[in-house]
Design a protein around this ligand. Structure first.
Ligand code: GDD
Ligand code: MN
Length: 381
């Protein structure tokens, strides 16, 4: 079987020899390594040395004018791997946080399941995010993964770790020209733009062999830009309906008060009405293809959650305003944004949770994750 291991690198000199040594020990005949290197130090010279003595082919693309950062490097590597005729490409980091010994397992799993993509996941089975520095990065990784899965519930239905940098791709299945690589999250870009048959394999994210992480706050900003370019999947129509509901809520509140009702029952009545209208609009326009089983079950879950959320939010508002010097308006605005995201994730992950496909199912899966018809560019869906 022919496989190219695509390794994006930025100043990873001290890791190169060890990575190649461990890969050479496990790769099938016909395997090679392709570094896509944006280094500004002596890494290219080290790679040239290692390539001379390695027991398998080692290729290097050194980019003097890098575009798209880590993701851009990965796409360039995938393109070169396909051009050289490899049946599979495996993308992995160059710092040994991704165990090279897992590569043959990814390939076997992909062939057995006849999948297009095999994702090495930290969040399934015996997988673990151990080597991710600090609880903050772990929390960010988890939360951003959950949000992404809520935005693309069908395309990511089999994917517990859309943020991983370790995955295998079968040649010819991903439309590389459709990708808009930026930042660190290339797998999300691949999976959100193309309908693919995906399976997962658990793995333990290890410690770096040498050097330190190149992730930065700027990568977080680029992640948001990327979601923007992907049009936030289902989050966008969910937000539009939420905004319509908020306006409706205010209108009913004003109307009832003008009709002489006390503001307290008026608030409760307008909330109840908009919780119901929001539910109906979301059933129709956001989660239409994910409606499953009993509408009353979904309604009960949605109504209970939204009612509880409104009550909890009011209590939190009171508590934060009493305990801190923050302005009530500011606190309320922040709470509304957070509550909106939590409400979205709850609806995608609980009320409308798609069943995990037992086998890869891209071909038979509904078109997916595009509640509103796609735009003229038609890129995303
Ligand atoms: N060519 C290129 N260009 N490579 C880069 C660049 C770049 O601009 N920036 C980083 N890399 C390389 C690094 O040299 C390393 O081989 C790999 O990309 C991952 O970078 P790290 O700096 O080690 O990232 P990390 O360990 O903090 O993050 C990893 O885990 C994340 C999930 O939590 C990566 O695998 C991410 O892709 C992943 O999302
Ligand atoms: Mn790393």
């Amino acid at each position: 079987m022919s496989v190219t291991v695509v390794v994006p690198t930025y100043n990873e000199g001290p890791n190169v020899a060890e990575l190649v040594r461990r890969l050479a020990a496990v790769l099938p005949d016909g395997g090679d390594v392709l570094f896509v290197d944006d280094s500004t130090d002596d890494t290219p010279a080290i790679m040239a040395d290692v390539a001379r003595t390695a027991p398998m082919p080692v290729r290097v693309i050194h980019r003097t004018e890098p575009v798209g950062g880590l993701s851009g490097a990965v796409v360039e590597g995938l393109r070169a791997a396909e051009a050289s005729g490899s049946q599979w490409s495996v993308v992995m980091d160059g710092d040994l946080q991704h165990p090279p010994e897992l590569v043959p397992m990814l390939l076997r799993r992909g062939d057995d399941a006849d999948a297009d993509v095999v994702v090495a996941s930290r969040y399934t089975g015996a997988g673990d995010a151990g080597g991710l520095d600090g609880w903050r990065r772990k929390a960010v990784s988890k939360a951003s993964g959950l949000l992404a899965r809520s935005m693309f519930p069908l395309k990511l239905r089999n994917v517990t770790d859309p943020m991983t940098g370790f995955f295998a791709v079968r040649a010819g299945r991903v439309d590389l020209d459709s990708l808009q690589p930026r930042g660190f999250k290339i797998l999300l870009e691949v999976l959100a733009r193309t309908k693919l048959a995906v399976v997962e394999e658990p793995f333990v994210f290890g410690e770096r062999f040498a050097g330190e992480s190149k992730a930065s706050f700027a990568n977080g900003v680029r992640y948001v830009q990327q979601l923007w370019a992907l049009r936030f999947g289902r989050l966008s129509p969910f937000a539009v309906i939420g905004a319509i509901g908020a306006l409706l809520n205010l209108a009913i509140l004003a109307g009832l008060q003008r009709a002489g009702m006390h503001y307290l029952p008026a608030v409760i009545a307008s909330n109840a009405v908009t919780i119901v209208t929001n539910f109906l609009l979301q059933e129709r326009f956001v989660f239409r293809d994910l409606r499953d089983g009993n509408v009353w079950r979904r309604f009960a879950q949605s109504f209970t959650f939204n009612g509880t959320e409104a009550a909890v939010r009011t209590l939190l508002l009171w508590w934060i305003v009493e305990k801190t010097v923050l302005h009530p308006e500011l606190v309320q605005a922040l709470l509304i944004v957070v509550a909106f995201l939590v409400r979205f994730v709850f609806h995608a992950q609980v009320v409308y949770k798609p069943h995990r496909a037992a086998a890869p199912q891209a071909a038979s899966a509904p078109d997916g994750d595009a509640p509103f018809s796609s735009t003229a560019q038609g890129r995303v869906q």
